[in-house]
Structures are given as structure tokens and as C-alpha cells.
Design a protein around this ligand. Sequence first.
Ligand code: ADP
Ligand code: MG
Length: 306
Amino acid sequence: MPASEFTLIYRYFSALGRGEAVDLSVGDDCAILRLGEGERLATSVDTMVDGVHFPQDSFPEDIGFRAVSVAASDLAAMGARPLGMTVALTLPEPDEFWLNAFSQGLAAAVSEYELPLVGGDTTKGPLTITVQVLGAVPLDGALLRGGARPGDKLYVSGTLGDGAGALAFLAGDWQPEPDAAEYLLDRFNRPRARLALGRELLGRATAAIDISDGLLADAGHVAAASGVKLVIDPALLPLSDALQTYLSPKQVREWAMTGGDDYELCFTLPPGEQPPEGCTHIGSVEEGEGVDCGLAIDIPPGYQHF
Ligand code: ADP
Ligand code: MG
């Protein structure tokens, strides 16, 4: 007889639920988490659908890790302290080989982000993973999109375009050297939510967003929310060594400008504020509206589901 829903939940999802803020974890009707004094709850949810948000032949470990990273990236963009998450999992079959590998990907993310799995839901249907993240931000602050002011400088963390370069490689459009291929696949399959950076930016950055839909699209959200123009110098975009080996610098620049899936942070600092390590100055904030990168690139509005 196949294992029951409750046995599967117990076997794969009940051991990842301990954390500093967790009073009650998997097993009851709700989880109970504690906020510190002077804190508010920040929460966000992201759904990943098989074949839409990840390639159908992705490893289950990577699907688990990536689903958590994508959701946790929103906590990073708010400067939130991670408290915990819930995972709603829809599966075609109770495939224990798949569940075991998937839960190992979750476990890696739980420990890397100190983001315990405190509850969820398990149902039958087409493979879909929904991750709700819970975090804490100070009562008197959080990193919002709307605070950029003319005179601020614009920064990004890490390198840009790696996710797009990896997808182009997976689609067979180019063949990176083995080391570069390994690096790019890791960047796509195992994006790292910049939680530590987000918290470092609290009280310093005037605006922040995580780059999930591509720099131009996401910088556009900051510009709109702040009522300013963002000017980006394409020559300043930070690129990985792996992408530098690609033949066409124009293509690489376009990946860096419009490619999604990097999950780096894009943020603004007031003049004179030093950027944290690993971040690159890419432009400035001016009066006006929209994003100006001096290139004739159509800004894709981000992935459109409908
Ligand atoms: P209910 O009927 O009250 O919604 P469930 O049977 O869905 O309860 O879940 C029982 C317990 O197992 C709950 O604590 C729930 O949060 C947890 N749970 C269910 N599915 C998952 C999952 N995929 N990951 C983590 N916890 C889960
Ligand atoms: Mg339920």
C-alpha cells in the first residue's frame, strides 16, 4: 500500500521546522511564530509551475532549493529577518524518490537561509510548488521600492545575465567551456537569495528590489514607485567571467539588462553612502521617469503569464 499523505508529510517535511522564532511547527493546524519587540511581519508568496518556472527535466533537489530561493529573495529585497516558510506542494504521484530528493533541496535552503519549514499543504495534481515566506522588519523601517531620490546612486549586487546565459546554454544556443557551463547552471539552478545583503542595506538604501524579471524591468518598478528616472550605464554592468567568454558582447549586455532569474538586489544609496562589498555602481537617479540605459533595447515587461 502506498504511504498515506500524513506519512509522507511526516517523513519528508517534519524535520526542517526548528528555528529561533518558531514556537509551533509542522503537525498542528497552524504554525506559531514569534516576532521580536519593535518588529512587523513581512510576507510574500511565489508559485513555481513545472515547465513554466523551471525546465521539465530539472533535478528535484534543484527545484526545491530554487523555489525557496526565489521566495526568500523577496524577503532579502525588503531587508527582512527570515522567520520561516510554508510550502504547498502539488504532485501528480506520491513518488518517494522524487520527494526525498526534493526535500533535500529544501533542507539545503532551510539551513543556508536559516528559514525553517513550519507548515504547508500536500495535494495531488500537476507538479506545482508554492512557497510562502515570513520575515520580520523593524516597525520603523523596511526596504521599499518607492524611496529613491534624485541624486542617489544606483547599485546591483553580484553579476547579471548569468541566468539568461544558462537558459541559452540549456536551449542549445551556445556551448560554454566546462567550468563556465558548471558555474552558469549553478547560478540558474541554485540562485542565492541575498538575505544578508538586504539586512545590511536596512536604514541605508533608499529603495531596493530583487531582480527576478531582468534589470530593466525591475529598475522600471523602482523608477515608477519612486517617481524618478533611473539612468543606467551599460558599460558598468557587472558580468561573470563565464559570460565574458561569450562571443558577442552585445548579446551578453542584453542578457544582463533583460535576463531574469539572477535574484540579485538592485538598490539606491544616498550620495556619500558606501556600497556593501560585492556591489557595483551602475548608474544614478534623476528627476523624470522610466529607465534610460542609452541603448535601443525594448524593455520586456517581465514574464507574462496571460
Ligand atoms: P490541515 O488539514 O489542517 O490543512 P494537513 O493535513 O494539510 O492539515 O497538514 C498537516 C500538517 O502537516 C500541518 O501542520 C501542515 O502545515 C503540515 N504540512 C502539510 N504539507 C506540508 C508540506 N508540504 N510541507 C510542510 N508541512 C506540511
Ligand atoms: Mg491542508
